[in-house]
Design a protein around this ligand. Structure first.
Ligand SMILES: Nc1ncnc2c1ncn2[C@@H]1O[C@H](COP(=O)(O)OP(=O)(O)O)[C@@H](O)[C@H]1O
Ligand SMILES: [Mg+2]
Length: 227
C-alpha cells in the first residue's frame, strides 16, 4: 500500500506536524495507517505513545539496516504507511525514499527554506536516478498565513512552476490548533476547546488529505495504464 515520506534536509520546516496531520486525517477518514518514525527525536512515536486514543500504529526508529524491512513489512498490512524522517540527509532518508510512492517536501515560504528544499529535491531525484525510476515528490508550503498569500510565497510558487517543480495546491496554515496537537497529544479531531480555530484547521487538514489521496489515485491509474 502507498508509502508517503516526509523529507527535508532542514529541521523545523513542519515535517512531523504535516505527517501527523496526514496520518490522523487519513485515520479519521477510516483508513488503516502506520507511521514509521525515522527521526531520532521520536516526535511522532512519543506523540502516539502519549495519546489517549490509538489514532494509528507507530513504530519506533528503525536502524538504517531495518528501515527497508520496516517499510515493506508495514506496507503489507496498512492502507497507508507514513514515514517521518530526520532533518538531515542520511542513509535512512535515502533508503526510505527508495521505497516511497510520494515524497512530501515541506517548506516555509521563505527564500532560505526554498533553497534548502532544492537540496531535498536533488536527493529525491538522485535516488531515482540510482534506481532508474522516477520517485514522485511534491512540495508542501507549511505555516502559511491563512489570510493572505505573502509575496515570498507567490514568488517561490512561480519559481517552482517555471522549474516544473510540483507543489501541492493546498498549503498548511500557521494555526495554534496544529501546535496544540502536540501540547495535548490529541489529533485535530480529538481536540475541542484546547485551541482556537480547530474547525478551520480541520478543514485545512481535510483539503490536504484529499489532495494527497487524489495524487496517489492518479499515480495508481498511471501505473495501471502502463502495465
Ligand atoms: N502548520 C503549522 N502551524 C503552526 N505551527 C506549526 C505548523 N507546522 C509546524 N509548526 C511548528 O513549527 C515547529 C517545527 O515543526 P515540526 O513539524 O516539528 O518540524 P520538523 O519535523 O520539520 O522539524 C514546531 O514548533 C511546530 O509546532
Ligand atoms: Mg520532525
Amino acid at each position: 500500500m502507498p508509502v508517503i515520506s516526509f523529507a527535508s534536509p532542514k529541521g523545523g520546516v513542519g515535517k512531523s506536524t504535516s505527517a501527523l496531520i496526514l496520518a490522523s486525517g487519513l485515520a479519521h477518514a477510516g483508513a488503516s495507517v502506520t507511521v514509521i518514525d525515522g527521526d531520532p527525536n521520536r516526535t511522532l512515536f512519543n506523540w502516539s505513545r502519549n495519546a489517549d486514543a490509538t489514532v494509528f500504529q507507530c513504530s519506533e526508529l528503525p536502524s538504517d539496516n531495518e528501515i527497508l524491512d520496516a517499510i515493506e513489512e508495514t506496507a503489507t498490512r496498512s492502507q497507508f504507511v507514513i514515514v517521518d524522517l530526520e532533518g538531515t540527509a542520511n542513509l535512512a532518508m535515502s533508503r526510505a525514499i527508495s521505497r516511497t510512492d510520494l515524497v512530501v517536501i515541506p517548506l516555509q515560504a521563505s527564500p532560505v527554506d526554498a533553497r534548502q528544499a532544492s537540496r531535498a529535491i536533488k536527493l529525491v531525484v538522485d535516488e531515482g536516478r540510482a534506481l532508474r525510476r522516477t520517485i514522485p515528490y511534491r512540495m508542501l508550503f507549511t505555516r502559511v498565513n491563512p489570510a493572505i498569500a505573502t509575496r515570498d510565497e507567490r514568488e517561490i510558487r512561480a519559481q517552482f512552476r517555471n522549474a516544473q517543480i510540483a507543489a501541492f495546491g493546498v498549503a498548511l496554515n500557521d494555526r495554534a490548533a496544529f501546535r496544540a496537537m502536540f501540547t495535548h497529544y490529541r489529533s485535530l479531531w480529538d481536540l475541542s476547546d484546547e485551541a482556537t480555530g480547530v474547525d478551520k484547521a480541520r478543514q485545512n487538514a481535510a483539503a490536504f488529505v484529499a489532495e494527497v489521496t487524489q495524487e496517489i489515485r492518479n499515480q495508481q491509474k498511471a501505473q495501471e495504464k502502463a502495465s
